[in-house]
Design a protein around this ligand. Structure first.
Ligand code: 9MR
Length: 740
């Protein structure tokens, strides 16, 4: 935690003076930092050659040069710090930056792979801030390194620090999320004719009485809760409340049980009316290669990123990684994947597919001028314009004719090294590189280009034809190179998106090519694929690495002449029945129940909802629509953390998602993510340092923190907003089932 100097410092000092024997203080270990107060010069602190250490009024100060690329291009550090595994340390320092900067404060392994045991991005300003935190060392090490990484700034600046201290014997930081009232509801609200369920965290095992009150406090309904025992996903004893018989619209209802009153919610038919456009608008501000106009997105305007203007080194003429190819490609445009500046064909594929699929499901809901994007007014539905921005990028990643592996697609393009936060796209100084072509990327291109070919045909036949040519070429190239897998170790400067089984991508691509062309080759491939008949409805849902479901869903819903089409349609309903059963058994009403939550669990919840929604479209059976509606409650607050995972929706909602440009938490001049941005959500594996520090041992639903540093639980991503787009469009659909 970091505090401004001044009043806060005084308060901190006073507390320590009044409570010298507080818990933890008695066992305080010896000081591990040598000369952290700079009373005896600057030794043993060291710096990189471009930084000269000086003493200034009893502090260590240094002028940090501008124009460096990486955070580690300018470092001040101290070596040989002993750490003991399992020991909890109190780490603190005061530091200033003029002008204000966000450097990296690390305690780490001093050699490659520089494993970080503590990492923070303190926001420093000219007056100085106090930084204090505890962490538990995961390993014993005689020679850990305390480092301040100060590089990566275009302009020079001055850094000063004092009172650097590291002491063992600290009490582990106990992180208690503020979960508010124990009655958990969909904070946004409920549909008048929809299901209405809530969950109460309680010690009671006998049915609790509940009261529904309107905004004037009048009780309008009452009933008894249903004891549900201990929920494994939260390790809480819970009861559920079903108040679905109440259907009168209104604002500011509350639900009371066990002496607790829920956050207020509405009952209204237009509950989700703004969600489809908000979720879709997310994509414009993720765009690379184009200026984001403040006139279209007030507060979000920014210069074009990666258009070959320094300090950017891309994306107009991007070379391959050394030894991968002898050409450069213009891969300008597309969407940034997430909070990083990478662009990945596999993940771009499912994202653009789901946007196009949302349109394909219900074309009438999508119009021109709907999203306020630069293309609005061109006569094409805005959702297709937005999809085209990505699809053009995917096409540009195809290996050109005459080159080795022509027709395949490069797996990804991103920075040669990871960059720090915050960093606006146009300020990214890193070298951009194309990574080797992969079969998975090639099949993502084949699938989306085939789909684009049929959807763009009425608007731009030339673009449609270009897509179809690219899709056929990609298909043939993938068939010729069926096992070129992206490497799991290719994760420096960008995510690896590795996948060693591409039989599902083959199936999806064949399905899209068949739906567009009706040709025998693709039909035969579909019919022979094990994914065509196997049970592909995983408990964990589908995602960028599991794409057979995309093919199956489209074969069930997009008109075609498959001989076994009725069976395909039935199979989707079977998948939906499975998720429905999961939801019924789950006291938080989730259609996702696994012992350990995956990275981006919220998108898996949403994708399971897509399957149930499609079953409604196929059958018109109300229980599937109800199941989708109830699942939304989880995302909007009926959960263990009592929060919404969509920015701007619900009284308490994620808003500090990990992003280099919506980095308001680190730099108050930058915005939070736009309304309608989905957070990845609880992730049992908690891979990032802040989650490891604060959430260790978490029950699945608690493995989440709305902090910008938590890239493994709280990122935003194009493939997580895409099922939100699909589902929210379904939820606002007034036309009844779509594909009967
Ligand atoms: O969403 C991806 C998740 O399924 C993987 O397990 C994880 C590790 O490879 O990567 C996630 O994707 C990240 C990507 O690698 C880089 N951009 C941000 C993505 C979301 O965190």
């Amino acid at each position: 935690m970091t505090r401004r100097r001044g009043a806060a410092l005084l308060a901190l000092t006073t507390v320590l003076a009044l409570a010298p024997t507080a818990a933890g203080a008695a066992a305080e270990g010896p000081e591990q930092i040598v000369n952290g107060t700079f009373g005896t010069g600057t030794a043993p602190w060291w710096s990189t050659g471009n930084v000269t250490l000086t003493l200034d009024q009893g502090r260590l100060c240094a002028d940090i040069p501008g124009g460096t690329v990486n955070p580690w291009d300018a470092i001040i550090g101290q070596d040989d710090i002993a750490l003991v595994a399992g020991e909890t340390y109190a780490y603190s320092f005061t530091a200033s930056a003029d002008p204000a900067k966000v450097p990296r404060a690390l305690i780490q392994l001093p050699v490659d792979p520089y494993t970080q045991y503590y990492s923070a991005n303190p926001q420093l300003d000219p007056t100085g801030v106090d930084h204090a935190a505890t962490f538990t060392a995961p390993v014993s090490l005689p020679d850990a390194q305390v480092a301040f990484q100060l590089g990566g700034s275009a302009e020079p600046w001055r850094f000063c620090m004092d009172d650097v201290s590291l002491k063992g014997g600290a009490e582990p930081e106990v992180y208690e999320p503020d979960t508010g009232p124990r009655v958990r509801v969909n904070m946004v609200g409920y549909l008048p004719d929809g299901p209405k369920n809530a969950t109460v965290v309680t010690t009671s095992t006998t049915p609790l009485e509940w009261l529904l009150r309107d905004s004037s406090g009048r009780t309008v309904a009452r009933g008894s809760g249903k004891p549900r025992g201990t929920d494994a996903s939260s390790r809480q004893n819970v009861q559920t409340i079903d108040f679905g018989s109440y259907a009168r619209t209104g604002k500011g209802y509350t639900l009371t049980a066990d002496g607790e009153t829920s956050r207020p919610f509405d009952i209204t038919a237009d509950l989700y009316s703004t969600l489809p456009t908000d979720a879709l608008k997310f994509y414009y501000t993720q765009r690379s290669g184009i200026e984001i106009l403040d006139s279209l997105r007030p507060g979000y305007g920014r210069p074009a990123g990666h258009v070959g203007v320094a300090p950017n080194q891309g994306d107009v003429l991007v070379p391959c990684q050394p030894g991968v190819c002898d050409y450069s490609l213009n891969v300008r445009g597309g969407w940034y994947d997430a909070g990083d500046h990478g662009k990945y064909v596999v993940n771009g594929g499912i994202s653009v597919h789901q946007l196009m699929a949302t349109y394909e499901r219900n074309r009438s809901a999508f119009t021109d001028r709907q999203l306020r994007i630069p293309e609005s007014g061109n006569g094409v539905p805005d959702v297709l314009d937005e999809a085209r921005w990505e699809q053009e990028f995917l096409l540009s990643m195809q290996v050109p004719a005459g080159k080795p592996l022509a027709g395949m697609a490069h797996h990804k393009i991103h920075d040669a090294n990871w960059t720090g936060l915050p960093l606006l796209p146009h300020l990214d100084p890193q070298l951009r590189e194309l990574h080797p072509p992969s079969t998975a990327a090639t099949l993502n291109l084949a699938a989306t280009a085939a789909q684009a070919a049929r959807l763009f045909k009425p608007y731009d036949p030339a673009f449609a034809a270009r897509n179809l040519r690219a899709a056929r070429l990609a298909w043939a190239a993938a068939k010729a190179n069926p096992t070129r897998y992206a490497s799991a170790t290719d994760g420096v400067g960008g995510g690896s998106y590795d996948d060693n089984n591409v039989s599902d991508e083959f199936y999806w691509a064949a399905a899209e090519l068949y739906l567009t062309t009706g040709e025998r080759e693709y039909r035969d491939f579909v019919l022979a694929s094990p994914h065509h008949t196997g049970d592909i409805w995983r408990d964990r849902g589908f995602d960028w690495g599991n794409t057979a479901q995309l093919g199956r869903l489209d074969l069930a819903t997009v008109p075609n002449n498959l001989p076994d089409r009725a069976r395909v349609r039935r199979s989707v309903v079977e998948g939906a029945d499975k998720y429905l059963a999961t939801q019924r058994a789950h006291p938080y009403g989730m259609p996702y129940d696994v012992p350990d939550y995956d990275w981006g669990s919220n998108n898996l919840v949403l994708n399971n909802m897509v399957v149930m929604a499609t079953a409604y479209d196929l059958t018109g059976t109300e229980k599937y629509r109800r199941a989708v509606r109830e699942s939304m409650d989880y995302l909007f607050g009926r959960n263990a953390l009592n929060q919404s995972y969509v920015t701007g929706y619900g009284e308490v909602a994620s808003h500090n998602q990990h992003s280099r440009w919506y980095a308001h938490q680190l730099d108050a001049t930058l915005p939070n993510p736009p309304r309608g941005t989905l957070a990845g959500g609880p992730n049992s594996s908690i891979q990032d340092p802040i989650a490891q520090r604060l959430l260790s041992g978490c029950a699945p639903q608690f493995c989440y923190i709305d902090d910008i540093e938590s890239w493994s639980t709280n990122e935003l991503t194009i493939n997580w907003n895409s099922p939100l787009v699909w589902v929210s469009s379904f939820l606002t659909d007034r036309g009844g089932p779509r594909c009967r």
